[in-house]
Design a protein around this ligand. Structure first.
Ligand code: UN1
Length: 504
């Protein structure tokens, strides 16, 4: 489909999106696809003000009714899945199935949040005093600021937004300046759901329930520093998180951080190698290695190393690289020239550290001369060297050998990041040890499944420099609400806790 047609089916006028200073390029060709007008600081503050006013109204709508809006959002996403998926491909360079998968992830979280809207449970707590009852109540929090990255330009917004909305909050979204079109399209889809909600329920959606801030870092900073933004949920690099977190903390705001990963797989002697190979391929080269959950480090038992590596190299040699919207390509482009440079620098460093590099060269793709396509790289190293402790957003897989599982787990944990991890084994002891308290130190620890491609039902996030936040499923919703502890005295006495006497 042509870009203008895709935009039109998502409610956007391609011709009108040609005016501003923010140049949007498709990584597929490197060509310009739009120019957008950026918000300035004043405009951003105004939008935050609107969102604050919307929050005050929205928090009064009963949670199950708020869920109805999210249900309609899920329906609209279903109706627009093909077009939005294609726009994700155009703007972020994902292959078709992954663009569609991203929209499916949005639909899934909407379904989850609809159920959740009737399950915002608090505890009842036994009071130590007679005639007293204790409980906790979860209340809406305020304006939720959402900062998203180019690699999951819309799914991560939806994880945050679906939960924030049923929790009774409004949302201000600062998408990556590399992928603002998918954000504008998602806002349009949200607008359709909101209009249907108003029509079908007779309850108006407050203006400002979702605001989008277009622009680079400066506009995000306005949101980070604004005390009206109760929670800043930021996804991106550790470098970004290091700047955002102290600024939000300075004003005693809350932050939810989803930062860099440096994800490993341990392949044990008993592993099903066929399974492991498929998992390695998807998680290391899928999305051109540009997921925060991408596999970056492979820790292979020395007994099977000689068997696995040649098979892996063969697969790497066969995996099709090309235009993500055409043919059979499984690897699309890197997001831009800077990403290509970062990849080449990492490979240079790896060589300097004694690494044996296979692949990593730029590939030319017909009709896409401005796109940065690469052969995925395998780097064999004698030990876990400094280059392996950094996250490079590219398809580079570092491989090292291990002798004992204790050593492998130590290697897995010996990086500053702690997002995702996995082990391939048929030995229940190894699997259980890996997922135990003394095993992987990551937020995600899988068995016989790669580190990427998590379902929305689980809590998503990681430890250490990954930032500690949890989004998406399980009880991640609690981050989007405030908790009130209630002690209710229904007696005619006033006993004090801890047996304190205070009578005249
Ligand atoms: C990200 O890369 O920022 O687990 C999110 C996954 C996806 C989400 C990735 N469901 O790979």
């Amino acid at each position: 489909m042509k870009l203008d047609k895709v935009l039109k089916s998502l409610g956007l006028d391609g011709k009108a999106l040609k005016k501003g200073d923010l140049i949007v390029r498709s990584p597929i060709t490197g060509g310009e696809v739009a120019r957008l007008v950026c918000d300035d600081a004043k405009g951003a503050a105004k939008k935050i003000g609107k969102a604050q006013a919307a929050f005050l109204a929205w928090r009064q709508v009963p949670a199950p009714k708020r869920g109805e809006l999210v249900r309609l959002l899920g329906e609209e996403l279903r109706a627009h899945k093909a077009a939005l998926g294609e726009l994700v491909s155009i703007e972020a360079g994902k292959i078709t199935t992954e663009g569609l998968g991203e929209v499916q992830e949005m639909i899934d979280i909407c379904d989850f949040a609809v159920g959740l809207s009737r399950q915002l449970y608090g505890l009842t707590i036994a009071s130590e005093r007679p005639g007293h009852r204790m409980a906790e109540t979860w209340h809406p929090l305020g304006v939720v600021g959402v900062i998203t990255a180019f690699n999951f330009p819309v799914a991560v917004w939806s994880w945050n937004t679906a939960l924030a909305l049923v929790a009774g909050n409004s949302v201000v979204w600062k998408p990556s300046e590399k992928t603002p079109l998918t954000a504008l399209a998602s806002a349009k889809i949200f607008g359709k759901a909101a209009a249907r909600f108003a029509k079908e329920t007779g309850t108006a959606i407050p203006d400002g329930l979702l605001e989008v801030l277009i622009g680079a870092r400066e506009v995000g900073e306005v949101m980070v520093d604004d005390p009206r933004v109760a929670l800043v949920s930021a996804t991106g690099s550790t470098r970004m998180g290091r700047e955002v977190a102290p600024r939000v903390a300075k004003r005693f705001g809350r932050s939810l951080l989803e930062l860099g990963g440096n994800n490993a797989m341990i392949v044990c002697p008993s592993a099903d190698l066929k399974l492991a190979e498929r998992a390695i391929l998807f998680s290391a080269v899928g999305t051109a290695g540009q997921r925060c959950t991408s596999l970056r480090r492979l820790i292979v038992h020395e007994e099977i190393y000689g068997k696995l590596l040649p098979r892996l190299k063969k697969l790497y040699g066969q995996v099709p690289v090309g235009n993500p919207l055409e043919g059979k390509a499984l690897i699309g482009p890197l997001i831009d020239a800077a990403a290509f440079e970062a990849m080449q620098n990492a490979l240079k460093q790896a060589k300097a550290e004694g690494g044996k590099v296979t692949g990593g060269e730029r590939v030319s793709v017909a009709g896409c001369s401005g796109g940065y396509y690469v052969k995925p790289a395998i780097v064999e190293l004698a030990k876990q060297s400094p280059v392996m402790t950094h996250e490079t957003f590219a398809p580079i897989l570092y491989v090292v050998k291990y002798k004992t599982l204790a050593e492998a787990i130590q290697l897995q944990n010996d990086v500053p990041q702690g997002l995702s991890s996995c082990i391939f084994t048929r030995d229940v002891r190894e699997a259980e040890l890996f997922t135990s308290a003394t095993g992987s130190d990551c937020g995600i620890a899988n068995v016989n499944i790669g580190p990427s491609g998590a379902e929305i039902g689980g809590a998503f996030g990681g430890e250490k420099e990954t930032g500690g936040g949890r989004e998406s499923g399980s009880d991640a919703w609690k981050a989007y609400m405030r908790r009130a502890t209630n002690t209710i005295n229904y007696s005619d006495q006033l006993p004090l806790a801890q047996g304190v006497k205070f009578d005249i």
